[in-house]
Design a protein around this ligand. Structure first.
Ligand code: PLP
Length: 359
């Protein structure tokens, strides 16, 4: 493809950081990891940051640390990457699937209707880089005494009224997968929390349930992070706001260029700062448009074609249909965007989309 969906901005500074970490001789949870944790916590306004292998692991550790047990229910939007739901199931808890609103994030009214005496928590997802309706989520959690875990895998640096996502709940989880707004050139993840006990428990869970070198007080796993990738993460963290500004500039270019076409374009709720992890449009001619752009060398994606409540892995839960989610999954199309794309590339995609509708 001439224009990929995403392109991480690798340069000499990133490569030099990798070499320095390789030469340091310290590879696992060493000084680069500690510095990255401190710097990310400071960036996000959190007391603690705990690095781990990926966001799925971060979500799982937090749910365990919150003390969730079999029979407990957790509210989660179905329109998310399956790992959000997988972490809930892997922690032995039951996901309760919630519909979305016009921002593609959780519909809090639907969530409220699905609270039962077994509901213990709520995991809103800041999908595509747009914050969920956090005031409404917080209100619902307070009303029913639910814990709040924010899935920030797609929303590093996104804010609601100036406050960073991940700082509204009792914890927040981030992914550093290569296409994400902040990457470590491979898999990686992190959780933030102000809660000393949750942070300590997660540090223990990521390292075989160790309390000290030879004493294992619970069954954890090996979910530790490494210094080479932490060194990369530190470089990109310093650039995160600038990279997000670039994504926003490209998104504005799309929105201006595509205006007037028969497409639903992404919107930014007042008070929200969208960081455009993905630029998602909607049209009933989705598949034809994707094929047309592919012929022109433009990659597109669908995030996600099969909603979580329709996945075979959770069929046994017999989830009911979700009106909005079930409708939009047939129409959504992700156009290329990342910190590594140029304005000229966006213009080329816009020209391709316009040519499709002129046909
Ligand atoms: C919303 C969301 N949650 C969780 C995850 C899981 O992240 P990871 O791949 O780092 O485990 C992803 C990544 O695909 C995601 O997009």
């Amino acid at each position: 493809m001439t224009i990929p969906l995403s392109r991480p901005p690798v340069d000499d500074e990133v490569k030099a950081a990798v070499i320095a970490a390789v030469e340091s001789g310290q590879y696992i949870l060493g000084p680069e990891c500690k510095a990255f944790e401190q710097e990310f916590a400071a960036y996000n306004g959190a007391k603690h940051a705990v690095l781990t292998t990926n966001a799925t692991a971060a979500l799982w550790m937090v749910i365990k640390a919150f003390g969730a047990k079999a029979g407990d229910e957790v509210l989660v939007p179905s329109h998310t990457a399956f790992p959000t739901v997988e972490a809930i199931c892997f922690a032995g808890v039951t996901p309760v699937f919630v519909d979305i609103d016009e921002t593609y994030t959780v519909d809090v009214k639907d969530a409220a209707a699905k609270v039962t005496p077994r509901t213990v928590g709520f995991i809103p997802v800041h999908l595509y880089g747009h914050p969920a309706n956090l005031p409404a989520v917080q209100e619902l959690c307070a009303k029913h005494k639910l814990w709040l875990l924010e899935d920030c895998a797609q929303a590093h640096g996104s804010t609601w009224q100036g406050k960073k996502v991940g700082s509204f709940g009792r914890a927040g989880a981030f992914s550093f997968y290569p296409s994400k707004n902040l990457t470590v050139m491979g898999d990686g993840g992190l959780l933030v929390t102000d809660d000393d006990e949750v942070a300590a428990r997660c540090r223990r869970l990521r390292d075989h349930g160790r309390q000290s070198k030879d004493i294992h007080v619970e069954i954890g796993f090996n979910l530790r992070f490494n210094d080479i990738q932490a060194a990369v993460g530190r470089v990109f963290l310093r650039r995160l706001d600038a990279m997000n500004d670039h994504r926003r500039k490209l998104a504005a270019r799309y929105t201006a260029g595509l205006a007037g076409l028969p497409l639903v374009l992404p919107a930014e709720t007042r008070g929200a700062r969208h960081v455009y992890h993905l630029y998602v449009v909607r049209t009933p001619q989705r598949d034809q448009l994707a094929a047309f752009l592919k012929d022109k060398g433009v990659a597109t994606g669908i995030h996600y074609p099969v909603a979580c409540h329709r996945q075979p892995a959770v069929e046994h839960l017999k989830p009911p249909p979700l009106e909005h989610t079930d409708r939009i999954v047939k129409e959504i199309l992700t156009l290329p965007i990342s910190a590594g794309h140029t304005e000229a590339e966006i213009d080329e995609v816009v020209a391709g989309v316009k040519a499709f509708f002129r046909k």
